[in-house]
Design a protein around this ligand. Sequence first.
Ligand code: WT7
Length: 648
Amino acid sequence: MEDYIKSIMKEARVFYPPKSFSNKAHIKNIKEYERLYKQSIKNPEKFWAEQAKQLEWFKKWDTVLRNEKNFFKWFEGGKLNVCYNCLDKNIKSGKKEKIALIWEPESGKGKTYTYGQLLKEVCKFANALKKKGVKKGKVVQIYLAMIPELLISMLACARLGAIHSVVFSGFSADSLKDRILDSKSEFLITSDGSFRNGKVCPIKDNADAAIKACPSIKSIIVVKRTNNKIKMKKNRDYWFHELIENEKDFCKAEHMDSEDPLFILYTSGSTGKPKGVLHTQAGYLLYAQQTFKYIFDIRDDDIYFCTADIGWITGHSYIVYGPLANSATTIMYEGAPMYPKPDRFWNIVDKYKVTIFYTAPTAIRALAKEGDKWPNKSNLSSLRLLGTVGEPINPEAWLWYYKVIGKEKCPIVDTWWQTETGGILITPLPGAIPLKPGSATKPFFGIVADIFKENGSKAKVNEGGYLVIKKPWPGMLRTVWNNPKKYKKTYFEKFNVYLTGDSAKIDEDGYFWIMGRLDDVIKVSGHRMGTAEIESSLVSHKSVAEAAVVPFPHKIKGQAIYAFVILKKGNQKSESLKEELKKHVGKTVGPIAKPDKIQFADDLPKTRSGKIMRRMLKAIAEGSSEFGNVSTLADPEVIKKLQEERIL
Ligand code: WT7
């Protein structure tokens, strides 16, 4: 393996798609990609208007694109319904009996829904929601694990024109509370519990704790999943199954304006408060539909499995909306990758004859570590295409995925995108674009990506800089919920074009190499965490005076969390206090935010004006002594001490 990697590094080996794959692909070779790409960016409005004909509209749009000082409006004047496009439209075109959703519970006894059945379930629940007062423009908070009712709830909201806001079920009560307070939703959908690693997680208890501080919530709808004991408050809490019991299985789809909100999804940025990223109807759906079609090269007989949680954007766009808008069969897995054994994903591939498999580099690294014997127990021959998302993939993990899972016959689409972008922006098209392990390759149709230097000029070939997107695309966020100023400042202030927050370079073949975040965002196992969020959790502990959080490289997680903590006077530095602080972060933010390492410090490196110099802390955490310019440092001695006491 080692030699293989070295040779690749030396030769910069390129992997071509197998002929048999390209021959049948939507886009068959690089020439075809380049021709279509050129067309698409020469006149993006014309290009997207042409593609938009693939959706079903109740009324055609008047204008394709309007720019109101960097607030973009797509397909104004048009009317459509996202749920209708994901279900009714497919049924009308003969897909009523096709399986839309395969649900694999952690316990293993799966359940399927045809498009026809799914429509009925969605309509029943939409009718029930309507009776509770859910309607166009209302925000519905959804706090559910990976069960069919999650997808059904989202589609029911879309059908009524309500705005869903899904909160990852692994988040704590506090995180849920913050999101409800920001979105001011009146409705919460949750369950009596959820299964993870064979254990029951008490998510209704979290919900109860969260809403104590959320007066906006009027009704809570509870799915029965685990049968554990929970409290149900009269005239506030209702069982999902009781509400839908006598509901009709048809509900009219609301006619929505193209730019009506579809959903809010909170994500971490450089401040302590998560941002509510807003996506709207037509543009988002079109972008999810188109990217899913071309990037996953979807065909009618494919069985598609994305391992993400729907609590993140990957699940929104590529478990729910993208696949269903293409009348695909999508798999939803309830549980953990290692449950009961590290071959669970491969088992699912074998069981359902999965043809397309999409996961995160962190999962690949974790599963590779368990050894080849696990994938080798399953028959993976149904696979024809693999994908990754969420963070850069190292060549070693890429090669393992390519050889051991894909048996050197499946292209790998390394898809770069963000919660804000709605869908994939930089990616190989699997039948057309030769692969270089570690590169997300080229921009998707209509995407004008570039690298800028600090002064806004274009970076040279292979020169690193700010990754920017120079023209709007239909799937982009429209604003930050309740905070348009933040939208402008975060994404458009610096260069007056969309700023991604990532650094990247473009090589001599026009391939993009994503290098990481430039802001205070950490990618832990592909999950996006703001350093400020973790810091504010730490300082909320009674013993902590000050905290600074930085990433350090981690073999499996990609990045992990290193926290420097200054204690308040009178507190003893102890291992047990470190454990307590880790637990505290786990409880207030969520288990994924727990620091891996905590170093107690007496002082932190600061500028004379008092600003913490994070790049130095990052260097210390990494064990590097390249601190860059130290001339602005108030007290250089601080660094020496921190270095000596670094946690290995
Ligand atoms: C950040 C966005 C998009 C769905 C999941 C993540 C990093 C994402 C890649 C990739 C290198 C990647 C970037 C980006 N990222 N995909 N293929 N290669 N880095 O969404 O939580 O909004 O995070 O994830 O740093 O900015 P997100």
